[in-house]
Design a protein around this ligand. Sequence first.
Ligand code: GRF
Length: 204
Amino acid sequence: MLKIAVFVSGRGSNLSAVINSIKSDDLNAEVEFVVSDKIFCEAFNIAAENNIATYSVSETPKDGCVDYNLLADVFKKNGIGLIVLAGFLKKIPAEFIGEFNEKIINIHPALLPSFGGKGMYGLNVHKAVFDRSCKVSGATVHFVDNVYDNGKIIAQYCTEIYECKSPEEIAAKVLKLEHKLLPFVIGKFADNKVIINKRVEILE
Ligand code: GRF
């Protein structure tokens, strides 16, 4: 079974979607750890309700936080096969990314390569999409490399937003897609159906 760690900074609705998908037997994976850059965030409540161990991580020494080296050791000892960034706002250190090559994925609430990069998170993304009068938006799951929102795209779902009257409406519509896309992609990793060549392919 695929063991995963989910990195979060806030409310954790994508974490919930993954846990619910596991509970309903749609996803053959286990969330072993929830990690945050915060000492506490709402998503930690979801972890606690589901008896999932949590860590707070920091690149610089900070009370109550572990560093990325310790986290890497814990993940290796526990056979973590996939690291999922779901609303994690800090940049992951290059060394850590190197240790988990092609095992770190991120969900982004827009259709990359548009509307990504530094500062493009949360409602900022949907405001930019709204201001540009986009007619479609969506969610992207991609590999994490050393540049924000830059790694190869694994899967995308899109939706029409003609009728959305505000960035908040777009956010709500896209979030529903995210909650389907993320468990879908994790499921494909669990089934060894993500093939990485020059392009990333997902098998049926
Ligand atoms: C999601 O929109 C995700 O795409 C983005 O941050 C948000 C996190 O939401 N990276 P939640 O914490 O999963 O509710």
